[in-house]
Design a protein around this ligand. Sequence first.
Ligand code: FES
Length: 135
Amino acid sequence: MSEHSETTEDRQPADDEVVFHKVCRSGQVPEGYVRRFYVDELECAVARLKGKAYATSNYCTHLDCLLSSGKLQDDGIRCSCHGSVFELEGGEPIYPPATAPIAVYQVKEEEGEVYVGVSRKDIEHGGPRRKKPRE
Ligand code: FES
């Protein structure tokens, strides 16, 4: 499932200023699940593990498989393609073949809504990689 976000601010933020965007209701990411959402062009995976919500890039750093198709396990998120596991707090790879961390974003939950905090730079670098390869 995917949804487009609503921004919490109307003014234009600086490129590196983190702005929180509402991406979903808390109930849309139940314990042990990971879902895909968008903040503008940025595609992120929102997961809930041990009650806490996390947001990361939706792209595995190994070969770009979608982490929203993966599974959560005790220590992080496992990519469904080749089994890489990433820690959710900092995005570090904790099981190969991936060796580079995934991008992680701030998350807050208020009144049953999940907000993901990203900057304009995050959005520029987290867009649909298959459609717009990185330079
Ligand atoms: S693409 Fe994720 S482990 Fe290979």
